[in-house]
Design a protein around this ligand. Structure first.
Ligand code: COA
Length: 322
């Protein structure tokens, strides 16, 4: 009997405070119309000083656990995707485990920048398919606002904070149909965030803020996401028309539109959260998925394509029968 990882609960958390494009244009030379036309973003959520990746992860995880109607003690593994962990160690996964009061599970983090949630789903899928785990909590949680240079107009317009979560359970009905993950460290300098505390000669003196060659990242992202769509459909012997919903990483509306076009999908079949959230890195796909499920657009039995692209570069997809 084939084992599948099936999503049995979703959750999301967005901080209360909203920073609009107009707010940003008070401090850097930009405008609401420039940002909206180039990115599709109007505002983003900003965490309060006391909030952390683990506190936001807890809020999203509790929603997913409630939706799944399971006992948290039944979770075998917690995987948190984050590039903004509370501490270097312990992992945000361990901090989340403590917050949820779960004694007997394994918890760890995955760092794949904006592709983190897809990488975490892929790992979870392998553990469930192999029979090594029954229930896995996957969370993406990011405090992008704390690694953003708010004086750099080429990056500060893009990012926001938030957390998304899904609970996966082993079943004999699909489920995650396939996941595909990739990395190419050759592009490490196109999009990175230095860690000044462990500075080497190469990055000594750099602040811990996101550095990006946006225009070049844009081109590689469009190209690469086009390829991952082909790879995913081919691996499942499916046609473009078989996909009901595209749930993309929310980096830029023009990147999303290019992927939708590649799939011959209308934008009505794409879950877009970008306008009010910006790019929440590894949280974005799970936040969008949660929104689609909770507002009733995503229905049981439908085929959903999740995809993401991020620093590394890293990129990947998950095809799901919900
Ligand atoms: N407001 C006004 N002008 C801005 C600006 C801003 N916030 N940011 C940059 N500009 C200016 C540039 O200085 C440049 O001016 P110049 O022509 O006088 O030199 C001009 O706008 C064009 O810059 P460019 O970087 O080519 O713009 P773009 O169309 O590529 O848009 C991004 C910039 C960042 C919106 C776009 O490149 C992007 O979204 N890239 C992908 C980033 C991404 O998704 N990263 C995360 C991946 S997970």
């Amino acid at each position: 009997m084939t084992r599948y990882a099936r999503i049995i609960g979703t959750g999301g958390y967005l901080p209360e405070d909203i920073r609009t494009n107009d707010d940003i244009s008070q401090t850097v030379d930009t405008s609401d119309s420039w940002i909206f036309e180039r990115t599709g973003i109007k505002s983003r959520r900003i965490a309060k000083p006391h909030e952390t990746a683990s506190s936001m992860a807890e809020a999203a995880a509790r929603q997913a656990i409630e939706a799944a109607q399971i006992n948290p003690e039944d979770i075998d593994i917690i995987i948190v995707a984050t590039g903004t962990p509370d501490r270097v160690y312990p992992s945000t996964g361990c901090l989340l485990q403590k917050r949820l009061g779960i004694k007997n599970c394994v918890a760890f983090d995955v760092q794949a920048a904006c592709s983190g949630a897809i990488f975490a789903l892929s790992i979870a899928d392998q553990y469930i398919k192999s029979g090594a785990a029954q229930k896995i909590l996957v969370v993406g949680s990011e405090l992008c606002s704390r690694i953003t240079d708010w004086t750099d107009r080429s990056t500060c317009i893009l990012f926001g904070d938030g957390a998304g979560a899904v609970l996966l359970e082993a079943t004999d009905t699909p489920g995650i149909l396939s996941t595909h993950i990739h990395s190419d460290g050759e592009y490490e300098d196109m999009l990175y965030c230095p860690n000044p505390q462990v500075a080497t000669i190469d990055n000594a003196g750099e602040a811990g803020f996101i550095q990006m060659r946006g225009n070049e990242v844009f081109k590689v992202a469009v190209n690469t996401l086009g390829q991952i769509v082909d790879q995913t459909l081919k691996a499942n012997n499916l046609q473009k028309s078989d996909v009901d919903w595209l749930v993309p990483h929310q980096a830029n509306i023009r990147i999303i539109a290019a992927t939708a076009k590649k799939l011959k999908m209308s934008m009505e079949q794409v879950i877009i959260t970008l306008e009010g959230q910006g790019n929440t890195s590894s949280a974005s796909v799970l936040l969008a998925f949660n929104e689609g499920v909770r507002d009733g657009r995503i229905q049981r039995g439908q085929i959903i394509l999740l995809e993401a692209f991020g620093a590394g570069f890293t990129w990947g997809s998950a095809l799901i029968r919900y």
